[in-house]
Design a protein around this ligand. Sequence first.
Ligand code: HEM
Length: 161
Amino acid sequence: MDWLYISLFFHLVGVGMIFTLLLAGPIVESNYRWENDIRMKQHATKMLRNIGLLSPFGALVLVLSGIANMIVLNITFVDLFGSDFWLGLKILLFVVLLVMGMAISPKIAKQRALLLDQMSQQSPPEDVNDKLTSLNGEQTLFFVADWVLVIAILLLTLFKP
Ligand code: HEM
């Protein structure tokens, strides 16, 4: 039995999970932006938060299968700074992706949910719309950064410079 095929199989399952989430996020986000009804907006933010909560599972599959790939291919920790520098860089970008996902995304989701709650009240604060617009901008930046990082990771994996 070729263990590399097995670990690569699970690795590609993880890649698929991450890409599904990266596509689902902007689709739900666009529903949120186009929706005028506050309750529907609240529903969309909740869905976005749920999508975000799924990402640790994809990340776990990628890390475990990635480590299995390394074991099967005899790549050591020291190699990450030398002959397999591309992989060291890839892991670094992956950590940036994880930290961003854990720190930024839940923060935006929480703040938006709070502002939408305020908007549904009878006399919402005046600056609610401005704050929401600025958070929407942050969310767009977050999606773009996610895609840039994942594409860079894929290019590093394919070309192994
Ligand atoms: C978003 C994150 C990641 C993506 C999109 C990704 C993507 C891929 C893809 C498409 C392959 C197959 C390439 C091929 O067969 O030539 C691969 C292989 C591999 N990945 Fe990842 N990966 C990610 C994260 C990780 C992590 C976190 C690790 C290490 C812990 C890792 C370690 C490896 C290794 C060792 C290989 C085998 C490389 C080789 O064939 O020489 N990957 N990755």
